[in-house]
Design a protein around this ligand. Structure first.
Ligand code: BGC
Ligand code: NOJ
Length: 816
């Protein structure tokens, strides 16, 4: 591949990606905040903030799908004589003498330089604080005195991000603010039912302000040339209705070489009902004052920043690999783990491809996300499992989504996605394998959040398994319901009406008969874990009962699910094959290959090996493996959304990065180390840095989808950040390839490597003990452990039993 233009580089030592050209092929973003207060920030400081829920508690406004693409954010305007510029280049786009954006672990630092003034802004959300800090440092690098006019800028969202965008007849009359010293308070709707407000503060005196957008910007101007800024004159406007904003105006004089810090703080406050006001119409600012006091000096902010860095040090110290390959090591040690934290926090809600107002937390998504995150903060994964299980129905079906603020199931989408129950087992078992905390199974968990309906979490797992076996179709394969993992394979929802949702439209005919081979494989994989779990906790009868169901499922797949060279994908409503050589298009699909091979169904008969060969032959292309092949060229009413996409995009033969790692895991089952790594590498973002112009999304995180070989834009990625790809690629590299595998019985070591690798080391904390693992592959093997020693003593088998927390073990593994 020809060397292309780069837009930055990795700085592994600081765990940063350093962007050196503001005109990236797409906004390259980062996330701030770890638990309650969150922000999205692009490389030009675009983006927005919210408290817990991007729909119901949006703090600052953002216009999606805008022209230009990324417009609106936290902007600093610097007026130096006649020149007005921004440290992040946008929105003025005044050419800078120097630009750099460093996206790090939950922080971003943007530095710009113009006419011998340097402006550097550090953005982060301190741990446990409901606020975004923006520490701006202005430095005079000239030989003369500099007199600058500084304007800050934030635009308030009227809280509900959905109605904010549509209900203008109301919105234009509700906006309210208060101004006190250097703090601008946003209190729209506080007079009525809201018990929360936001503020924007700076820790220095101000010489003016604006809170009304139209007054500040001008009705016919833009963010790029706000009238107040261009004229160097704040209006001291007080917003009444319309669109409230917050802008501070500060006059700054800098001697040659002098620098000054300003700490800006965007905060969120909640008050008790009876403590909302300090006087009629005047909001109670006590908590705001207290929060400001915690972060009103450079020293306090630097300390909070150091704490955030220590937090990430500790998290990323839990798992560390050294293979000698920088591209790989930085993904495993830094960016892939970081993306897992972000997907755990946000599910599929808020990114530059997800508006924050659509989906809340996905049932299947969150269960998969927590698998990539559980080693970092197991207690949060535990709580998440309970939250998710609480949205299950008594028959084992599940709400497909829930809102993070209320934790209630989302009625708009409802249930009926028949893979969902299996993922609860997947998530819970992964949690127990990591932590050894079997007590989670005894937690009392309600159905549909109804008090009084509580049963143990174990019962939830049991009915999850039962939901599959109670919903088998004509071939004794799992009924698909509205869809399985592939939301777009809508085999029971026939629709000719473009105003209907593909997922929730009901089939008018009787019953729903379509069956899924993907769920069949998923059931066998998670079922094996469930059986092992039952045996472990003394439920031998239940283990035997479920083993029978699994055996029956395996038989059904072998009998009705094999097409000769690969596994079928499904049976449609009329019992016709999908994903078969007999089909005109989409003869083969990746999902059933991934899951039936991981389940090892028909391994003795050669099905697993043949299926993987077929993936290579029919699905693989330069940028990864496509989802199906050949692509659909026309809409098929009985298939639904999948055939609605033009060829090569999304679920119609796009490279869905999420299911490529399934093939990695499956190749590892067969001990194919070279192939496993080859499939892993093709979609790995750090390997794609050199083709950023084609790939377009961030080279430090995975996208959901890369345009497939049938697309005119083959190789172009979309939908970065919030995707199950994060957890699955981490799982595939750390467990399938590097082979450091948490099990119910302890840590298993069973690598599957490219034969050219001479070895690697991993340091991993597991159940409180530290394992320093050295793998020696001087034999050039792809698979097979010859010997393991733990602290010098030979270990029988590949599983190291759990050890007391706090101990450290030196583990030597010889392959061959
Ligand atoms: C997308 C899917 C997504 C679904 C969610 C579809 O339009 O193609 O990837 O899972 O919407 O509702
Ligand atoms: C994205 C959705 O969030 C996920 O749940 C689904 O499995 C994939 N799209 C595939 O359709």
């Amino acid at each position: 591949m020809e060397q292309q233009k780069r837009y930055g580089h990795f700085d592994d030592q600081h765990r940063e990606y350093v962007i050196t050209d503001p005109q990236t092929p797409w906004p390259w973003i980062n996330y701030l905040g770890n638990e309650d207060f969150f922000s999205l920030i692009s490389n030009t400081a675009g983006g927005y903030s919210f408290y817990k829920d991007a729909k119901f508690r949006r703090i600052t406004r953002y216009r999606y799908n805008n022209v230009p693409m990324d417009n609106g954010g936290r902007y600093f305007y610097i007026k130096d004589g006649d020149t007005v510029w921004n440290p992040g280049w946008k929105p003025c786009k005044t050419p800078l003498d120097f630009y750099e954006c460093r996206h790090g672990m939950s922080y971003t630092r943007i530095t710009g330089r113009k006419n011998d003034v340097e402006a550097s802004v550090l953005f982060f959300v301190p741990l446990k604080k409901w606020a975004e800090v923006q520490k701006l440092t202005l430095k005079n690098e000239s030989n003369g005195v500099k007199t600058l006019k500084l304007f800050s800028f934030e635009e308030w969202c009227l809280w509900n991000a959905a109605t904010d965008m549509e209900n203008f007849q109301r919105n234009f009359s509700t906006g309210e603010v208060e101004i006190e010293g250097s703090t601008i308070y946003h209190k729209t709707e506080y007079r009525e039912r809201r018990n929360h407000y936001a503020f924007y503060h700076v820790n220095s005196p101000i010489q003016g302000f604006d809170t009304d957008r139209e007054t500040f910007v001008g009705l016919y101007n833009e963010f790029a040339d706000p009238q107040a800024v261009m004229e160097g004159k704040p209006r001291n406007s007080h917003a009444h209705g319309w669109s409230p904003i917050a802008s501070h105006y500060i006059e700054v004089t800098l001697q040659p070489g002098e620098s000054k810090d300003f700490v800006f703080l965007l905060g969120y406050i909640e008050n008790e009902q009876n403590e909302k006001f300090e006087a009629p119409q005047v909001i109670n600012k006590q908590k705001a004052h207290a929060l400001i006091a915690e972060l009103d000096t450079t020293e306090k902010v630097d300390k909070a920043f150091a704490e955030l860095c220590e937090y990430w040090d500790a998290l990323l110290n839990i798992y560390k690999v050294k293979t000698g390959n920088d591209k790989l090591d930085r993904m495993v040690n830094i960016w892939n783990q970081y993306q897992c934290m972000v997907t755990f926090n946000f599910s599929r809600s808020a990114s530059f491809f997800e508006s924050g107002i659509g989906r809340g937390m996905g049932f299947r998504d969150s269960n998969q996300d927590l698998v990539g995150f559980v080693h970092q903060i197991p207690s949060r994964a535990r709580q998440r499992i309970i939250d998710i299980a609480s949205t299950q129905f008594p028959d084992g079906g599940c709400y497909h989504q829930y809102q993070p603020l209320t934790k209630r199931g989302n009625n708009d989408i409802g249930g009926g996605f028949n893979d969902d129950p299996c993922w609860l087992i997947f998530g819970t078992v992964a949690y127990i394998k990591e932590t050894g905390d079997f007590s989670i199974l005894d937690e009392m968990v309600p159905f549909d959040n109804q008090p009084g309906s509580e049963v143990t979490l174990f019962e939830h797992l049991k009915i999850s398994m039962d939901h599959v076996i109670n919903n088998l179709g004509p071939h004794m394969l799992p009924l698909i319901g509205r869809a399985d993992w592939n939301d777009c394979l809508n085999l029971n929802c026939f629709s000719w009406d473009p105003n209907e949702s593909f997922q929730t439209t009901e089939n008018v005919s009787e019953g729903t008969k379509a069956e899924s081979l993907m769920i069949a494989g998923l059931f066998v994989v998670t079922g094996k874990d469930y059986v092992a779990l039952c045996q472990k906790i003394g439920k031998a009868d239940e283990a035997a009962r479920m083993q029978k169901a699994i055996d029956a499922m395996i038989e059904a797949v072998k009998k009705h699910g094999w097409d000769g060279e690969w596994y079928l994908r499904a049976y449609d409503f009329y019992g016709r094959k999908i994903g078969s050589n007999e089909c005109e298009e989409a003869k083969i699909f990746i999902e059933s290959q991934g899951w039936c091979t991981m389940a090892e169904i028909g391994a003795e008969e050669g099905m697993v090996a043949k299926s993987l060969d077929s993936c290579k032959k029919y699905l693989e292309c330069e940028h990864g493996m496509v989802l199906n092949n050949p692509a659909f060229t026309k809409y098929i009413y009985e298939y639904g959304e999948i055939s609605s996409y033009p060829e090569g995009y999304k679920e119609n033969a796009g490279i869905f990065c999420h299911n490529n790692p399934w093939i990695v895991c499956a190749e590892a089952v067969l001990g194919h180390g070279n192939r496993a790594f080859e499939v892993y590498r093709r979609t790995c973002p750090s390997y794609l840095e050199d083709i950023s112009e084609i790939h377009r999304t961030e080279p430090y995180v995975y996208p959901q989808m890369i345009a497939g070989k049938d697309a005119p834009t083959h190789g172009e990625a979309k939908n970065s950040w919030l995707t199950g790809t994060a957890a699955w690629t981490l799982l595939s590299i750390t467990q399938a390839i590097l082979g450091i595998i948490p099990t119910l019985d302890g840590l298993k070591i069973d690598p599957c490597l490219p034969s050219a690798w001479k070895g690697f080391t991993v340091s991993r904390r597991y159940r409180g003990a530290v394992y320093n693992i050295t793998v020696d592959n001087s034999a050039g093997a792809e698979y097979g452990v010859k010997e393991i020693t733990v602290n010098g003593k030979t270990q029988a088998g590949t599983i190291i039993p759990p050890a007391p927390a706090g101990e450290t073990f030196e583990v030597k593994v010889v392959m061959g």
